[in-house]
Ligand binder design. Sequence first.
Ligand code: PHE
Length: 452
Amino acid sequence: MAKFDLPAREKFGSKLGVVAAAAGSAVGLGNIWRFPYVAGENGGAAFLLIYLAFVLAIGFPVMLAELTIGRRAQLNALGSFKKLAPGKPWFLVGLMGIGAAFVILAFYSTIAGWTLEYLVQAIGHGFSNKSTEELKSSFEAFQAAPLRPVIWQLVFMFLTGFIVFSGVKKGIEKSTKILMPVLLALIIIMSIRSLTLPGAMGGLKFLFKPDFSKITWEVVLSALGQAAFSLSIGMGTLITYGSYIQKDNNLPVTALQVSAADTIIAVLAGIMIFPAVFAFGIDPAEGFGLVFIVLPNIFEQMAGGYFFSVLFFILLGIAALTSTVSVLEVVVAYFSEELNMSRKKATILGSVGISIVGVFATLSFGPLKDVVLFKKTIFGIFDYMSANILLPLGAIFIVLFVGWYLGKKNVQDELTNQGELKARLINVFMVIVKFIAPVAIAAVFLYGLGLF
Ligand code: PHE
């Protein structure tokens, strides 16, 4: 055991700090960029309903399972499994999570880079007096360019590395506490503008009036993948963060607050985007570029649009940053604790490695757009593979581990803080992690991929 008693592991400071850091991980481009684009491609309201059901029935329990593993083991995503299940192959789940972190950050940093470009454009009055068509074609020209998007991606990776290097607590905790509420307020203001545009009703119907004829297993899998991606579950981010949570934190409450915050922001992002999509005659199934085409159009039509656009892209960039930091931290915690590297070396190695792979994802909108597999570009493959394959697979093994290997006694101990808190729904939780969640995820996964 002695090997695991690492001295002076960093801990999150306050209770609010824990929630802020975990919510900072969850809330990001997944809510504001990915949720609208995936919902748009998958028919809107019916997708939203399934998504919400997954967050509640699967997302929340998986999140709690991850926090339980991490806080119990006090180690990174791979080390946690090694410590709790010595000599067993469970560590492979951690390894897969570290692989997933690599893939996610490689394509996420592309979009994060786009946010920086849009911030600079907003500052330079880039959206004013432009028609919907002009805004769309300038986005398309930017996205396909060979250099600019790559530079922004690397800038973003540098920022991420810088924060991870300075340590989780100092870097992340402080910023999210202040910025998340401001982001929320801004999304509400923009939703109001979007809702008052002529033609907005079509968007509300699209988002809230379900048409179940649009549901296929593929749609269901996309909803599951989006729920996992948005909640940051299935790859060990929350195992890693769980290991920085103090022993007196109420994990179920933390998980509940984080899932609720994440879901509210995603739904609000939908309310901000879809009315405008319909008002401006944009195709909701536009794909990866959807919000980058829609948002500038909203600012164009808004009193104080200049001010709001600059503020919005600053906040979006920061929301993305608190997510990328949590992804890189998975890799860095693994490198430093398992491979005995210094934090500095681990950060440099991780971010440089990911950046190299990431450049290919970015270039797949331009110079490499013809490199396709299964009708998907490199970016498309990374995006699909992580959300719809790696995260659901990781989630299955995480719940199975907690349900069957860790077992009720350990789980109860961890969730009640050694008996300090009441264990009200522990039996429900155990049934979910032992049976319901693994079976449901496996079924959706197999049917959704057409393997069944
Ligand atoms: N949940 C983050 C977002 O919505 C992305 C993320 C996925 C972060 C997986 C960590 C792990 O932007």
